[in-house]
Ligand binder design. Sequence first.
Ligand SMILES: Cc1cc2nc3c(=O)[nH]c(=O)nc-3n(C[C@H](O)[C@H](O)[C@H](O)COP(=O)(O)OP(=O)(O)OC[C@H]3O[C@@H](n4cnc5c(N)ncnc54)[C@H](O)[C@@H]3O)c2cc1C
Length: 401
Amino acid sequence: MHTTSRIAILGGGPVGMVTALLLARRGIATTLYDARPVDDLRRDRRLLALSRGSLQILDALLGAGALPVAPIRRVHVSSRGHAGAARLGDLVGTPAGNAVRNPEIGAKPVGATVWYADLVAALARAIDADPRIAAERPRRVLGVQQHPECIRVTLDDGAEVACALAIDAEGGPNRHRREGDAVPVRSHALLADLTLEGLAPGDAFERFTHEGPFALLPIPGSPQQMSMIWCLPSTLAHTRQQAPEDRLLRDIAQTLGPRFRAPTAVGPRSVFPLRPTRVDRVCEHRLVHIGNSAQVLHPVAGQGFNLGLRDCVCLVDCLTDTPAGTDIRRTRDVPAAVARYGTTRRLDRAVVPALTGMLPELFSSAPLPIAMARSAALGALDLLPDVRRAFARLLMFGVRV
Ligand SMILES: Cc1cc2nc3c(=O)[nH]c(=O)nc-3n(C[C@H](O)[C@H](O)[C@H](O)COP(=O)(O)OP(=O)(O)OC[C@H]3O[C@@H](n4cnc5c(N)ncnc54)[C@H](O)[C@@H]3O)c2cc1C
């Protein structure tokens, strides 16, 4: 058995890598284990919408401009077959019908998109350049064992590593989790790039339908295309993945409705299973769950990674802003710091998953009172500056305590 005083990060996806880099910036060394090589992660076809808060975190870590992004300036939210629509973004209408700069948002974009693959590549480069991080890939974690003075991590070659703290960033449900195992998959996200004409740069669309939410996001470096993420019941998602292109284009045009320009081509398609889950306890003595290991969100509002990034920042703050005279590298301080993290993250982790979990249900319900309520809610979002400001802040920065 090999013993180390390092902190172990289990899982080197974006959340695990950001945590390693944030800790390194504060002088704390880590060892990061991932079951897959970086090239495997780079085959992922997800486009992530990053909030303004997330962009600030990543810019500080990687340097401004290090990531190829497409800015999001306006988000158009509508519901198929119902009145009411809302627009969140940098411009607002005046009673005279002009568009003026929205003071709630300012001149900066509300967010931006980045390919998961590009994000992973940039983070992996930064990790390679940092001597305080030892990245071991491919190396699968098989389990952990808690002890009063350390946590033992078992690896797939039989090695055991004793650490002060293990940070679980392995993504979806796994063996470290007690709650949330065997979550049934009822829906899938169908992803594809669409070619559309006459696109306004910086526009993003979220359209709710009875089948499920449909989103279009701007693609970095590709102004004639948008990335579609269509959350559908699993069978329908697979049917549409295999459907002839003209058939799929017709279905998309119908979903978008006559006010949208119909797409002219669909790129390669992929599907992702959707399993929203959330663990109740994010910390257990010397084990802490962050990112998708702590909660998997419905991708409807593009908030999963944004919430995960706030987990990373909060955890690193709790591990490093220790009371005077304590040093987190002394193993006995770890459980207290980790418990502080659990308490601090409670509200953001409750509100954002609840909101994103509720939206698809609310917008797929047909009864008239619910339809009227959601039209009213969209109208309120569009017309009431205070409601709009609160909602925009929630999406850009999460819930702050
Ligand atoms: C279709 C789709 C669209 C999305 N869009 C958005 C969006 O627009 N905005 C947004 O904020 N979020 C979005 N998300 C959510 C976002 O992708 C996740 O929140 C984010 O990827 C979580 O990062 P993570 O590092 O926690 O987990 P992951 O990205 O899943 O990485 C986990 C890592 O752990 C490794 N691992 C797993 N098991 C082991 C093991 N036993 N040992 C060692 N390593 C292991 C894996 O190889 C992987 O590298 C979307 C998700 C989906 C599915």
